[in-house]
Design a binder for this molecule. Structure first.
Ligand SMILES: Nc1nc2c(ncn2[C@@H]2O[C@H](COP(=O)(O)OP(=O)(O)OP(=O)(O)O)[C@@H](O)[C@H]2O)c(=O)[nH]1
Length: 380
């Protein structure tokens, strides 16, 4: 049925991504409702308990995807207040509902107004107030809680995040794609200050690329800048992985990894930290192809880069990923000599546009598929 739905939704000729990714979410709409106030007890002047409130609480390491899974109906309701009774004149307050959200969330109401910012761990925002309990002022009838639909927007660092081991040529690449020298971005919700390069297109579109520094093998286990780095990879729409065509060695104590192994190692680091990062559309840049013998080396490994699953057996166990990254594009470049840079900037734009298009369509498919499951004919 899902297959059929997809076929109907995606017109012929329009390519459906060959592998269906689960979605990276950077925006989520939730309908929040405070609990209903409890009824009062007119005879003895008893007051109903106030309904519970809905709060958003920022927490490090939480993702919008998690919130979406926890509240699959996209509705959050706090508990009603207790009715007043002979044994409890003042009804108890309804239980609050606390929704844990990622740090760096902007809360937007239905009119498009920003009504809250959750930029620090532990920060709380009251999303919906509970209804007042019944009392003499309201004829002892408990009132409904506040109800509204809010959008949780995850603040992004940039459209694309540049991921690579040291010395791969990230800064050089950033300079090559942005006319002005990269800016150091300072965000209130992050501790790192990524270098930000802005790509200017002839039609005045601008796309931002952030160099997220400090990834080394073991980052998932918080070695080096570890988690500080990885948690910011979440805040970009697409990933650009960059590797040195001749490989990389962090220090004499570390193994020398060839180009292909570097790709597996980057894949492994992302996977170990959070495998949903691999769901983001990604581009692989193989850098330093101006060096002697680099073109031949790229031609030699090109097919292996396109079919990572085939090289898995020969991949050292400590960097062997379980879930493989799937690149939308694999491009050889020389960041220093600015070779292949135009192809990269067009690819970034195309991949971002494809991702945006897919994001628009995919939820429809999911909803339709669910509805079909709920109401469609039973297949036994
Ligand atoms: N031959 C050649 N050298 C390059 C190229 N791109 C970068 N380099 C050199 O590689 C070295 C590292 O480049 P960076 O841009 O500083 O690399 P990085 O990934 O930002 O390094 P970290 O700051 O350590 O993370 C420098 O000496 C660059 O000149 C390239 O396309 N060709």
């Amino acid at each position: 049925m899902v297959f059929l739905t997809r076929k109907l939704l995606f017109p012929a000729g329009k390519s459906v991504r060959k592998h269906l990714r689960s979605h990276f979410l950077d925006s989520l709409r939730l309908t929040v409702t405070g609990g209903h106030g409890g009824s009062g007890f007119p005879k003895i002047g008893g007051v109903g308990g106030q309904g519970g409130c809905v709060y958003f609480v920022a927490k490090e390491g939480c993702s919008l995807k998690r919130v979406s899974k926890d509240y699959s109906t996209k509705r959050v309701k706090a508990a009603p207040g207790e009715d007043s009774s002979k044994i409890r004149l003042l009804g108890r307050r309804g239980k609050d509902e606390q929704v844990t959200v990622p740090v760096g969330i902007t809360v937007i109401d239905d009119t498009g107004r920003t009504i809250g910012e959750l930029n620090e761990d532990g920060k709380t925002f009251k999303a919906a107030g509970g209804g007042p309990g019944g009392c003499s002022g309201n004829s002892f009838i408990g009132q409904p809680g506040q109800s509204r639909t809010l959008t949780l927007d995850l603040k992004l660092i940039a459209d694309a995040g540049l991921v690579g081991f040291p010395n791969a040529g990230k800064s050089t690449f950033l300079k090559a794609i942005s006319k002005a020298s990269p800016k150091i971005a300072s965000y209130p919700f992050t501790t790192i200050k990524p270098q930000l390069g802005i790509v200017d297109y002839t039609d005045f579109r601008q796309i931002s690329v952030a160099d997220l520094p400090g990834l080394i093998e073991g980052a998932h286990a918080n070695i080096g800048m570890g988690h500080k780095f990885l948690k910011h990879v979440e805040r970009t729409r697409i990933l650009i992985l960059i590797v040195d065509i001749f490989g990389f060695q962090l220090s004499p104590q570390h193994m020398r990894r060839n180009c292909l192994e570097n790709v597996y190692a980057l894949n492994r680091e992302l996977e170990l930290y959070d495998s949903t990062l691999l769901d983001k559309p990604s581009i692989l840049l193989v850098n330093k192809t101006d060096l002697d013998g680099a073109t031949q080396e790229f031609d030699r490994i090109k097919s292996q880069l396109h079919r990572l699953e085939q090289g898995l057996e020969g991949c050292p166990e400590e960097i062997r990923p379980e879930k493989l990254i799937e690149f939308e594009r694999i491009l050889p470049i020389s960041a220093r000599e600015r070779i292949g840079i135009e192809k990269v900037t067009s690819a970034i734009r195309e991949v971002l546009d494809e991702a945006a298009e897919e994001n628009l369509k995919e939820p429809d498919v999911e909803i339709l598929a669910r509805k079909n499951r709920e109401f469609g004919p039973k297949v036994v």
